[in-house]
Write a protein that binds this ligand. Structure first.
Ligand code: HEM
Length: 278
């Protein structure tokens, strides 16, 4: 019996990782085996997910069939990676989703159009809404860079070596858009945002590493929420902004009153009315 890898070995520059993919379509679901496991930890789950989309499992460097990575796996490095995932990855995206709920409950017209679009299988307005939530309520307030050259020309100014320049993300969004306080996803319906005036993920070479992933997460979560629940609109004032340490969140948590939507067994379509309160 062969003991070769069930998937393929993929070079990531300094070493090779073992990757096993199956299924087709998008989005691609990636299975990560923790606690010293390998891609085969997902043997039962991966084929099920691969029925509906492309599903890949891989072995972390130094585990399963993957080569050891260039860096030692120390407790400090693992803690560092975990912190990045939780602070940069989880807190930001979850907070942005809380703002999406806060915004949509206060804009019933957009909410109703979104529900119609999701039921019809579309996604243009949903994508535009995600862009507009991030413009109107960015969760990170700035991106900073330190000048390492002897000087840096910036418009009419010359910034000396060692100084830090910070872009104010909310202010950029205020200045670059007409009627900036208005929550209006239609501004992004026809055209994608401009990368110099829409900067919730920062910009340039150090732009957020997880931007595409975060966008996909928000798309999947919002689509699921709209399909499964009816959100009760509110005429309450917009929630104030509250700094939770990493991200700027809705002060009252973006809480919502929702009812589960009833799905027709035959068509799988959700009905507009709803019964059980959640
Ligand atoms: C709505 C969600 C998110 C927002 C608003 C956000 C925002 C940001 C911002 C503003 C920066 C600084 C960029 C710059 O300096 O130009 C950043 C950097 C970063 N983000 Fe995100 N982020 C989000 C989600 C994520 C996710 C899901 C991940 C990982 C799974 C992630 C990983 C990172 C990393 C590793 C950096 C540092 C990049 C570097 O310095 O090269 N972020 N993010």
């Amino acid at each position: 019996m062969s003991s070769g890898p069930p998937g393929t070995m993929v070079s990531v520059g300094t070493h090779r990782l073992h990757l096993r993919c199956m299924g087709s379509g998008g989005p691609t679901v990636v299975f990560d085996a923790a606690l010293g496991g390998s891609a085969i930890s997902w043997t039962l789950v991966q084929p099920e997910v691969a029925r509906v989309t492309r599903a890949c499992a891989y072995d972390r460097a130094g585990f399963g069939w993957s080569d050891a990575g260039p860096q030692p796996r120390t407790a400090g490095r693992i803690a560092d990676e975990l912190f990045t995932l939780l602070a940069a990855g989880h807190e930001t995206t979850a907070t942005q989703l809380a703002w999406a709920v806060e915004r949509l409950r206060r804009h019933p017209d957009v909410l109703s159009r979104l529900v119609d679009e999701v039921d019809a299988g579309g996604s243009d307005l949903l994508q535009a809404t995600i862009h507009e939530v991030q413009r109107n309520r960015p969760v990170i307030d700035g991106a900073a860079r330190q000048v390492i050259a002897p000087t840096m020309p910036l418009g009419p100014w010359v910034i000396p070596h060692g100084y830090t320049v910070q872009v104010d993300i909310p202010l950029t969004h205020q200045n670059a858009y007409p009627d900036p306080d208005r929550f209006d996803p239609d501004r992004f319906l026809e055209a994608s945002p401009d990368m110099y005036s829409w900067v919730p993920f920062g910009g340039g070479t150090r732009r957020c590493l997880g931007a595409a992933f975060a966008n996909m997460e928000m798309n999947v979560v919002l689509r699921t929420l709209l399909r499964e629940f009816r959100f009760v609109p509110t005429s309450a004032r917009p929630e104030r902004t509250h700094n939770r340490g990493v991200a700027f969140a809705p002060k009252d948590g973006g809480r919502a009153v929702v009812y589960r939507r009833i799905h027709s067994a035959r068509s799988g379509e959700a009905q507009k009315h709803a019964h059980a309160s959640v």
